[in-house]
Write a protein that binds this ligand. Structure first.
Ligand SMILES: [Zn+2]
Length: 95
């Protein structure tokens, strides 16, 4: 379950990044978005017993992706509004 949701989140996030070139591309912000989105998604899907989740996930792949996209968009906004990278962090932006 964890790996499945992580895969979906990473895949959808990669698409979101392509469409949002202004979002900070440093590892810290990307990790923060992934972690936030994953925790939001897990909260949504944690309510049912695991077997049921699996069945539901496979049947409702589209719905999972839509939920993942929403969670990522929220996480992107959250991280953009309050990025946790500091000025001394070891990253470079090609601009
Ligand atoms: Zn950043």
């Amino acid at each position: 379950m964890k790996n499945y949701m992580e895969d979906v989140i990473r895949e959808v996030f990669a698409e979101v990044l392509k469409n949002n070139p202004d979002f900070c591309q440093c590892e810290k912000c990307k990790q923060d978005v992934l972690a936030l989105a994953l925790s939001k998604i897990k909260g949504r899907y944690a309510a049912s017993p695991e077997g049921e989740i699996f069945a539901r996930v496979e049947q409702a792949d589209r719905q999972v992706r839509t939920d993942a996209l929403l969670a990522i968009m929220q996480a992107v906004q959250q991280v953009s509004a309050n990025p946790r990278h500091d000025r001394t962090a070891d990253f470079t932006i090609d601009k």
